[in-house]
Design a protein around this ligand. Sequence first.
Ligand code: FES
Ligand SMILES: [Fe+2]
Length: 394
Amino acid sequence: MVLTREENERLTRVGPGTPAGELLRRYWHPIAIARELTPQQPTRFVRLLGEDLVLFRDQAGRVGLLAHRCAHRGASLVYGRVEARGLACAYHGWLYDTAGNILETPPERNEAIIRHVKQRAYPVQQFLGLYWAYLGPPPAPIIPPYDVWVRKDGRRRIIVRGRVDCNWFQIMENSVDPDHLQILHQEYIGRGKQPVNTTRGFIDDVASTDFYLVSYGIMKKRVYKNGVVDEHPLIFPNMLRQAGGIQIRVPIDDTHTWHVEIRFEPTPDGSSVEDADPPVQYNRPHKEPPEALYPEACYTMHDVYAQDHMAWETQGPIADRTQEHLSYSDRGIHLLRKLMKEQIERVQQGLDPMGVIRDPHHPMIDTNLLGEAQGTRGNSHPAGIAGNAVPGDR
Ligand code: FES
Ligand SMILES: [Fe+2]
């Protein structure tokens, strides 16, 4: 079923007032690595969901997220000076607190402006070494307690995979496209074994794939002919839980996405550990030159992520779904689009969409972290696919 141009826009656009943009504004999004905001570099430009913002930490340690242009005459607050009470615009010193109140309007004190003008401001919280922002209507929900984020019996690390130069939704469609694993990533799952031919890769090792809805997204299930079952979920709307990690695809704007992953490694003996500030790893770019767009950019294809990166970006800045030809193996994509459409409608009716959680005591959400790859112990499986061995979007 081909989409119309309007349907394509509806699924993909992220700006304020757009259907998908309003849906995405119901969730907290990571916007920066917390340790990157330092006394030497206390402000930072952030673009999230098409909104240009400044993230800052004032000298009292409060963190704020404001519209980036000063309410006075529009200079960038990224160049502002942080003070004990907030952020002062570098140009004429208008001073803002983290709630967007204007505290000073030098050189005069303009009470009318101080009373009536407010800078757009959004709540920020620090969680797992990241700053997270909420751009939706109050009250903000909680950050959902997914197992990868809240389990105590292991350590986490942050992997910054960087900016992907395309719309967020085609990255998410890849997460419900299990059959690409055995074809696109055939060099990395073969472990030295040669496929019968490169057209089919290792796809004939797979007996069946299936999809079913869970309370927080779509579980995809892949059953291999040797009995191995791989079952891991897309977490609605913009995450993939795979190989012990949650990959978050943060929409920067319509045509750029920040890709960051939080990975969890359990302690061997199940003991609890403190890891409030996980280490951060920065991945090397997947294309040359790193800022170039296809076709000027040349993708390295050096690992699973690099291959995914190629597939995501070469579909275009926003994949044109009016031109595609879906087949039986694309039914996960069809399911995701249907789910997205339904959840957009929920938001339009004033209801919370899937995955929005408001109860601060909500129990941990099990994403099948341990059951992901049943039967993968040992090397008996044909394509050498082990649950935790090949991280990527698969
Ligand atoms: S533009 Fe910011 S104080 Fe004048
Ligand atoms: Fe992939």
